[in-house]
Design a protein. Structure first.
Length: 140
């Protein structure tokens, strides 16, 4: 992702976290999907200082990972459907999307008894992943 995000200020605030027993491939898919969506949102409209902030912290018995961008935000009429399969705002060409990234990410996160939340307004969209620290290999 680093070659794609060169024009974006990426800030990482990494907290001390316990290790989780999890599938590396699944979590790469989740993080790439969330970061790529943030990056593409930043490219969708001119932004003099595009920024993605990734923050990790331990909050009680949960690991929390936040991925924020200062892009245009998600339109309120789309908020209800962004986690549905085949939901995409990309129309074709280089912006082609299948609309599966968020639904797959949500499925993976749920398989670890976690939650995926989103809050959005113009200038700030934040996806938060909450993972219980007592998780066992993505099996319920």
């Amino acid at each position: 992702m680093s070659s794609h995000c060169r024009s974006v200020d990426i800030r990482i605030q990494a907290g001390q976290l316990p290790l989780l027993c999890a599938s590396h491939a699944e979590w790469v898919q989740v993080w790439v999907s969330l970061i790529k969506n943030a990056y593409e949102a930043l490219l969708s409209q001119p932004n003099p200082a595009p920024m993605i902030r990734i923050k990790t912290l331990l909050s009680g018995h949960f690991i929390q990972v936040s991925i924020e961008d200062n892009g245009p935000g998600i339109a309120p009429n789309l908020m209800k459907s962004i986690f549905q399969p085949d939901m995409t705002t990309k129309k074709g060409g280089l912006s082609f999307g299948l609309g599966l990234g968020l639904s797959i990410s949500q499925r993976i996160i749920s398989s670890y008894q976690g939650e995926l939340e989103v809050a959005s307004q113009p200038g700030l969209t934040c996806f938060r992943v909450f993972l219980p620290i007592e998780v066992n290999n993505g099996n319920n």
